[in-house]
Design a protein around this ligand. Structure first.
Ligand code: SF4
Length: 481
């Protein structure tokens, strides 16, 4: 997310000019003698798109203690067979992380492991607490010590604090849910329980799966598919689920206490297209966005192309609706990976050449419609328009399957500096001109709201498009702590 503990704005973005997701979480209660560490490993592997800076797995050992392994880098880099062989247990959780609060450091990687009055616990968190700074200051004033700069540690400290008053974890977590504000899809483990907890707005996803008698929690259903588990249901906004053995007990104190505000950007870009979230297929939502875009911004053209990979599905939807053939015009180098080095603006522009190349045979002499899922800074889009024109495109019509991003996100997505958001600085016509496109059209907010087919149509956060957030903002434009 956006605001760190000093109240300043954290501002970085992926080198391909896409905002970044905060984290993926995964947890298992192993009732079938599975290789639990490898199950979490493959679950995290499937969630790697949600965070690539660090990852970790925590397991209960035979004595009921919780041990873990964490590191900076991709799941495939942090874990080896030797490490996984050492991690045996009945309950395990895992986490992959992109730092939105707190920096990239091993201390800030998760799961966070701690001992409190009632025993050991481990926590993995996806989201951002908007009042974490205030709670942290209060805890520090009363003597609490923090080892990380993450808001997840604030939750661990609250568990410890309330654990003095009661040994009932259900009561402790219900008190925490009343106190913390913001986005959180959490998986927690104690020596006996796996627990899932989703914020009352339902900003981030969390679902339950089952493999034989073993119960799984995951950020997205694609991670259940990866381990061969069946989808059971979503954790509801405001719900806490306690899993012990094969039993799932639900605490629904805050269910329905807030209108549902699932992050619509999950459907646009963050989630994997093969995931189902809150009843809606991400793939179908992207197809539908392309279809609606063709209705809202029709154009005479010869070929529809998508920006790999995130614009491809919407491009297929645009093509089907418009009748304009769909083709490949931009070829992606599949071996360009993530980097810890944040390039300078000039480097960032050059990096598009490394990642994507134009297919002249498909492009030359044609009027092209190029579809992308979103435009944030605009640097990549400008470069791609030029690339198509250099490859002989007669016209390039840019279509975007989401509305202009004009406002920051406070809930765990790295969209923070409005001065770097092209749509916050320029009109649509100025953006078109700066990109050198022949025309430019964005999907409307109303159109976007209709794209997650099968989901609750009014239950989305659209803050970065509309400036209307589910949580009240203070006079300085930040959420009220
Ligand atoms: S502000 Fe945008 S990115 Fe953030 S939660 Fe809302 S819709 Fe998602």
């Amino acid at each position: 997310m956006t605001e760190n503990r000093t109240g300043t704005l954290h501002c970085s973005m992926d080198w391909d000019d896409k905002p970044r997701e905060a984290c993926g979480v995964f947890g298992v209660v192993n009732n079938n003698g599975f290789d639990i560490a490898r199950m979490v490993y493959f679950g995290l592997y499937a969630l790697q798109h949600r965070g690539q800076e660090s990852c970790g797995i925590a397991v209960t050992d035979e004595n009921g203690a919780i041990t873990g392994h964490k590191g900076l880098g991709l799941v495939s880099e942090v874990f080896s067979d030797k490490i996984l062989d050492r991690m045996e247990g009945r309950i395990a959780i895992g986490h992959c992380r992109y730092s939105t609060t707190g920096g990239t450091s091993i201390e800030n990687s998760q799961p966070l492991m701690a001992n409190y009055k009632n025993g050991p616990m481990a926590i993995a968190h996806n989201g951002n607490l908007v009042n974490a700074g205030k709670i942290r200051r209060t805890l520090e004033e009363s003597g609490a010590i923090f080892q990380t700069s993450t808001d997840s540690e604030v939750i661990a400290n609250l568990i410890s604090r309330y654990g003095i008053q009661t040994g009932d974890l259900e009561e402790i977590l219900s008190m925490i849910m009343e106190q913390v504000k913001g986005s959180y899809s959490l998986v927690l483990m104690t020596r006996n329980h796996l627990i899932g907890m989703r914020d009352p707005w339902g900003l981030r996803p969390l679902c339950i799966g089952k493999l034989d008698d073993s119960i799984i929690l995951a950020s997205e259903s694609c991670a259940l598919d990866a381990v061969g588990a069946d989808f059971v249901r979503n954790v509801e906004p405001g719900e806490i689920v306690f899993i012990q053995g094969a039993e799932i007990r639900s605490i629904r104190k805050a269910v329905g206490s807030q209108p549902r505000h699932f992050c619509i950007f999950e459907h646009i870009y963050f989630a994997r297209p093969d995931s189902f979230i809150d009843g809606a297929s991400v793939y179908r939502a992207r197809l539908e966005a392309g279809r609606r875009l063709a209705i809202e911004h029709p154009v005479d053209a010869d070929l529809v192309v998508g920006v790999p990979d995130s614009g491809l599905t919407a491009a297929i939807g645009f093509s089907r609706q418009s009748g304009i053939p769909y083709g490949e015009a931009l070829i992606k180098n599949r071996y360009v990976g993530r980097t810890f080095i944040q390039p300078q603006q000039r480097m960032r522009e050059q990096s598009v050449d490394i990642k994507l190349n134009a297919l002249r045979e498909e492009i030359e002499g044609k009027r092209i419609v190029m579809i992308d899922d979103s435009i944030v800074r605009g640097t990549t889009t400008r470069k791609l328009v030029q690339m198509l024109k250099n490859a002989g495109a007669k016209e390039v019509h840019m279509r975007v399957s989401s509305p202009p991003v004009r406002f920051p996100c406070y809930f765990g997505i790295d969209i923070s500096c409005t001065n770097q958001l092209i749509a916050a600085q320029k009109t649509i016509e100025e953006i078109r001109e700066s990109m050198g496109a022949d025309s430019l059209g964005f999907l409307s907010v109303e159109g976007l709201m209709k794209t997650p087919v099968g989901a609750c149509e009014t239950g989305f956060c659209t803050g970065c498009f509309t400036g209307k957030y589910p949580i009240e903002l203070g006079p300085e434009g930040f959420p009220v702590e």
